[in-house]
Design a protein around this ligand. Structure first.
Ligand code: FE
Ligand code: ZN
Ligand code: FE
Ligand code: FE
Length: 160
């Protein structure tokens, strides 16, 4: 890698890998959730995430880059932690709280990644790609906020 453009492409591939892994993991999170609102939140974010993956594909197509060039090991690690937690067999209220704890780690990682990529896109003059990245960034922030609200309103207390 020689410049910010190369680094940007690398970051897009990392995000593409992250979204691909998240799409594979969310159905299990939805299945293990008991709280109806939490189940719905996972289901809705799965659909959103498919759109996010599409946006990254679009961005890579514009740049002539193969989106599949990287493996995001950080998301792999966060998802493995979630799987380990699920396999420990918590009571359902505790399971819900733990699923949120894991999911928010995912959202925060994504917020960091998309925030960086968005600013690179702007600096590099890729205005349309910047818009795509900003749209996803907003969805990730909303997803995080929704999980926060669910935890604070009810789910953490139910696990108490
Ligand atoms: Fe995402
Ligand atoms: Zn790399
Ligand atoms: Fe990564
Ligand atoms: Fe997300």
């Amino acid at each position: 890698m020689k410049n910010l453009e190369d680094l940007f492409e690398h970051q897009l591939q990392d995000l593409y890998s992250a979204e691909t892994q998240i799409i594979a993991a969310l159905p299990e999170m939805e299945k293990k959730a008991s709280n109806a609102k939490l189940k719905k939140a996972f289901k809705e974010h799965l659909e959103e995430t498919k759109g996010q993956q599409e946006r990254l594909k679009k961005a890579c197509d514009k740049l002539g880059v193969n989106p599949k060039g990287e493996k995001c090991k950080a998301i792999e690690g966060i998802i493995n932690e979630a799987k380990d937690f699920i396999s420990e067999g918590a009571d359902k209220e505790v399971m819900d709280a733990g699923l949120i704890a894991n999911a928010q780690r995912v959202e925060h990682y994504e917020i960091a990644g998309y925030g960086t990529a968005f600013h690179y896109a702007k600096m590099l003059g890729h205005a349309e790609i910047a818009e795509l990245l900003q749209a996803t960034l907003e969805e990730e922030k909303d997803a995080d906020e929704k999980l926060n609200d669910l935890a604070i309103e009810k789910i953490n207390e139910a696990a108490l």
